[in-house]
Design a protein around this ligand. Sequence first.
Ligand code: SAM
Length: 296
Amino acid sequence: MSDDNSEDLGAGEFGPRWSVETLHNGYRQALEIADMLYDSETDHQRIRVFQSAKFGRVLTLDDVVQTTEADEFIYHEMLTHPALLAHGAAKRVLIVGGGDGGMLREVLKHPGVEHVTMVEIDAGVVEFSKRYLPSLSDGAFEDARLNLVIADGADFMKSSADSFDVVIIDSTDPIGPGETLFTDSFYAHAKARLTPSGVLVTQNGVPFLQSDELVGTLSAFKALFSDWTCYLATVPTYVGGPMAFGWASMDPAVRRVSDMLLTQRFKAAHLSTRYYTPEVHKAAFALPGYVQKLLP
Ligand code: SAM
């Protein structure tokens, strides 16, 4: 239904004032562009940042919404804090992707984290995020604990000899450069990078519209890890309902951390969050029937 001040949109004609995401067959998400701030093609993808009335600044890569100022806190808090607080003593963290800096910002909130390696394939995403989306990284790129590596995350995972307590895959969807981050061999290499109680967490899209992505990841996790599952959070601009985050570890005890210990750790870390709470953390692992049915 169009309101008074929106242009009359034909079935396929959104026009230049709209950023149209066609990630899902037969389904489009259109965000009105109030002001185009950045629009450039790197070797890897088309990067656009625009001001939108509803969501603040919006980052798209190949026209797929990556993050928005309005709802990024949900995604970045929920892909970071569950693993770090369940682990309880994470010192070394690896982020693959994450070029906008939002995940890095949340990881660095943890006083116990001593070292973060961030492997981002496209330096262009980092550079313009600092300039056009400064609220996402919020100074995180200047933190002395950061080791920024510009490389393909799959190559890094295969060749690195480092070990990490938490590995976060903050990638685009499995199209274009992100595709290599959803393979069985990538997850096998990620397992080799984990410390004995280490945790791997992954962004796995919206299962209502992208169930294959989640099934593929969890099938690989089932073959590789002692403990695996997924958990959910709803990010408004990742359309189609709750999005799934993959969870994998060789230590089942990590995920089963008690409510009391989780709350103690949350308070001790003095984290300022707008979505994450220990109760939300636990509830996120309660899967509705249609997601449970996807578990391999
Ligand atoms: N929140 C977003 C989502 O859920 O789709 C992801 C945000 S972040 C901008 C995604 C990042 O992954 C981008 O900066 C992109 O350049 C990076 N990326 C994609 N493929 C990659 C690869 N193979 N290795 C490292 N980084 C990659």
